[in-house]
Design a protein around this ligand. Structure first.
Ligand code: PMP
Ligand code: GLN
Length: 398
């Protein structure tokens, strides 16, 4: 017996930063602007449909690919917002959140030693899923200030250098957590060209597809809509963010039948199926009128603006956030360079009763994100205002 029974390749992954920081928030009674989850419920029509489904007996295994009504709505939604055409019978699979779709895609597509190009900072499950598959990550840094209009961007040569003969897929998250970056059409075109040059697949994580603010450099463009990408892109999304139900874990993947079937063949042995009574409710939500999606986005944009004002007044160098639930801030003006984001976040609850997340945990090259931390603004306005009042102590030297 070894002291740590966990397989060697997973040992570098401790407890996720979200779990650590949410526990810290509870322990210290702090306002939790760390883990990204809303503090209000989603659309009442969706909640009523879930309650009805529970009462009306939708409590057994749904079909492996998801219930037909939900698959149909997923394809209609993609058509309505992005002009994408997929067959609900063969080109959609419902998963246990986007997380399962990402894991099943990587496990199903990558042989040991295959390479996955992704951008860092990356959502934490990417690194773990790539490692579980025995694949290798090739991260390309997103850096503040070098993108369009002074936003986050990347170096083209670095992206080109990340591709090679072992590249199996590109794992792209746009709108991007944690930076709030929305990839532009020019950037996406380069990614698309490289995928085609190296005959790689694209797996896109678009869970924040409806959270692109009106002052973003460009609206959201799914990579699958670019020339040559429809037949090599697996597009992943989930209900959690769009309908404020992160605990439901209803996600999906759409794409060419071969890629969708790959996900399905792996996911059948991970969870098989999930969320029976929630699937019809998400189908209802996906059919809501455009006004729901516009108002949802406008509400979050207003809350982003409130938090950005508070963070700026507290003395952070706030980076522009074009989308998602999140904004990143440079701690250097407040902390100098003697302390890194992780220590800063560990001390923040004691200093002012607020929890944030250090973004360095989302990098392979930790140095790149050493000075950056992430705040979530998917909270009620009064909570954001109270957080801003508390953070103001920092400006006062607290
Ligand atoms: N991808 C990104 C970029 C995320 O921020 C999250 C967190 N919700 C997920 C995937 C996971 O989504 P889900 O909860 O649907 O598994
Ligand atoms: N997606 C959420 C975030 O980035 C957290 C999800 C989780 O806790 N795993 O904050």
């Amino acid at each position: 017996m070894t002291a740590d029974p966990l397989v060697e390749r997973m040992r570098a992954f401790g407890t996720t930063i979200f779990t650590e920081m949410s526990a810290l928030a509870v322990r210290t009674g702090s306002i939790n602007l760390g883990q990204g989850f809303p503090d209000t419920d989603g659309p009442p029509e969706m909640l009523a449909a879930a309650a009805a489904a529970l009462r009306e007996g939708a409590n057994q295994y749904p079909p492996l690919p998801g219930i037909p009504a939900l698959r149909k709505r997923i394809t209609e939604h993609e058509q309505r917002f992005w002009g994408l055409s997929r067959d609900p019978d063969t080109e959609v699979v419902v998963t246990a959140g986007a997380t399962e779709a990402i894991a099943a895609a990587i496990l199903g597509l990558c042989e040991p030693g295959d390479e996955v190009v992704t951008f860092e900072p990356y959502y934490d499950s990417y690194a773990a899923s790539i490692t579980l598959a025995g694949a290798v990550r090739r991260p390309v840094a997103l850096r503040p200030g070098i993108g369009p209009q002074g936003r986050y961007g990347f170096d083209e040569a670095e992206l080109r250098a990340a591709f090679g003969p072992r590249t199996r897929l590109v794992l792209l998250n746009s709108p991007h957590n944690p930076t709030g970056k929305v990839f532009t059409r020019t950037e996406l075109t380069l990614i698309a060209e490289l995928c085609q040059e190296y005959d790689a697949y694209a797996v896109t994580d678009e869970v924040y597809e409806h959270l692109v603010f009106t002052d973003a450099a460009e609206p959201h463009t799914p990579l699958a809509t670019l020339p040559g990408m429809h037949d090599r892109t697996l597009r992943i999304s989930s209900a959690g963010k769009t309908f404020s139900c992160t605990g439901w874990k209803v996600g999906w993947a759409t794409g060419p039948a071969g890629l969708v079937s790959t996900v399905q063949r792996v996911k059948q042995f991970l969870t098989f199926v999930n969320a029976g009574p929630l699937q019809p409710a998400v189908a209802v939500a996906l059919g809501l009128p455009d006004t729901y999606f516009t108002e949802f986005r406008a509400g979050l944009q207003a809350r982003r603006d409130r938090l950005v004002t508070g963070l700026t007044e507290a003395g952070f160098a706030v980076q522009p956030s074009e989308g998602t639930y999140f904004v990143t801030a440079d701690i250097t003006p407040l902390a100098g360079s003697t302390i890194d984001g992780a220590d800063f976040c560990r001390q923040l609850p004691e200093r002012c009763g607020v929890v944030a997340v250090p973004t360095q945990v989302f990098y392979d090259h930790k140095q790149e994100g050493r000075h950056l931390i992430r705040f979530a603004f998917c909270k009620r306005e009064e909570v954001i205002d109270e957080a801003a009042r508390r953070l103001a102590k920092l400006a006062a030297g607290g």
